[in-house]
Design a protein around this ligand. Structure first.
Ligand code: MRU
Length: 350
């Protein structure tokens, strides 16, 4: 899959490696990196060169498929042992996005009944490509549902980057804007900058500009004022893990926006593929929240902005309570409360 339209694409597979857009360097530098060793894949996910729940899952799937293709053994038991080691290593890269474990488990399942190492290698690569391809169709469908839902709205706020570069293509929360732009619909998007890693200012603004969507940058702390003063009509965000009752983990700052939506009586939508639901968790309290390095807060591009030895708390995600969510846009349809009943019905539907 190569980049053919103005909508940016984060990754594509070539021969024996994966090429990713280095999201660490955006928007100043458009750099593509080749990932081929297991350490390349692990590092790219940990350091957010590739990021966003679906893109993390797809990258890990290619990583496991491509690396297991290099195992120098004809013995299936030995192959499985090395496969498990690499699977665990990739799984340990980031804890919150359930798509990572979902993609790795999908690969594990397809080799349960294989009879030879060669069959395992072919099946794994085929499955990684399939997960990649399906994600594009999934995101496009989320975009279609989202576009319909936002049909009488123009001014929308988002946080982080749940866009094309966080997925195979189109994104989740940003998919309606990309599709809308293709069809001549006008949206005005307010992008929260998303401290501390600035996915909003570095990535969402860049991505929406690429596809011709009007976007205005604000700091996270300007959200309340902006909703009121600029008549924001809805907030739409992505998700990293959604529990069976609808509680949703997404980038830190998301739950603050949901609380603001309630205060200002505007809808708060989550957009996510079915691979982001974790029905094994009854509520959001079981979602592991990644806590990242203090330097992400105490430094900006290597320059210190807080005193030495400042105590830091740096959770990368928060959990928005189900009561604050108006609807969850998935590729299988829009899920409305009561989430406890409706999530299971929609997500289990084939
Ligand atoms: O830390 P990140 O940049 O990986 O966090 C990403 C988000 O929180 C996204 O909103 C989420 O993964 C959905 S991406 C379609």
């Amino acid at each position: 899959m190569t980049q053919t339209s103005a909508i940016p694409v984060s990754l594509y597979f070539e021969d024996d490696h994966l090429v990713i857009l280095n999201q660490q360097k955006l928007p100043e530098i458009i750099e593509y990196l080749r990932l081929s060793s297991i350490d390349d894949f692990h590092d790219a996910i940990v350091t957010l060169k590739v990021r966003g729940a679906p893109a993390i899952g797809i990258t890990a799937a290619y990583g496991l498929a491509l690396c297991s293709n290099q195992y120098d053994t004809g013995c299936l038991a030995e192959f499985r042992e090395k496969f498990q080691e690499d699977k665990q290593y990739l799984y340990s890269s980031r804890p919150t996005a359930v798509n990572l474990g979902w993609a790795l488990t999908s690969l594990e399942q397809v080799i349960v009944n294989v009879r030879t190492v060669n069959e395992a290698k072919t099946t794994l690569l085929h499955t990684a490509i399939q997960l990649h391809t399906e994600d594009e169709a999934t995101c496009r469908q989320i975009g279609e549902f989202g576009l319909e839902l936002l049909s009488d709205m123009t001014t929308i706020m988002t946080i982080c980057n749940a866009g094309s570069i966080a997925t195979s293509k189109y994104g989740t929360a940003l998919a309606p804007f990309h599709l809308g732009s293709e069809r001549g619909r006008t949206f005005h998007v307010y992008a929260c900058e998303t401290r501390p890693i600035l996915q909003g200012s570095r990535l969402t603004t860049w991505e929406l500009q690429q596809s011709g969507v009007e976007v205005t940058l604000i700091t996270d702390s300007m959200a309340a004022h902006t909703i009121k003063e600029k008549n924001v009509e809805a907030v739409i965000v992505g998700a990293d893990r959604i529990a069976a009752n609808g509680d949703t983990a997404n980038k830190i700052g998301t739950s603050m926006l949901a609380i603001l939506c309630k205060h200002y009586s505007i809808p708060f939508y989550v957009a996510a593929p079915s691979s982001t639901f974790d029905l094994s968790l009854s509520s959001g309290s079981g979602i592991p929240i990644e806590v990242r390095a203090p330097e992400e807060l105490t430094e900006i591009y290597g320059n210190r902005i807080a005193p030495q030895d400042t105590l830091v708390y740096n959770p990368a995600f928060d959990v928005t309570s189900k009561e604050l969510i108006t609807g969850i846009i998935t590729e299988k349809g829009i899920i409305y409360p009561s989430f406890q009943d409706n999530i299971e019905k929609v997500i289990r539907k084939s």
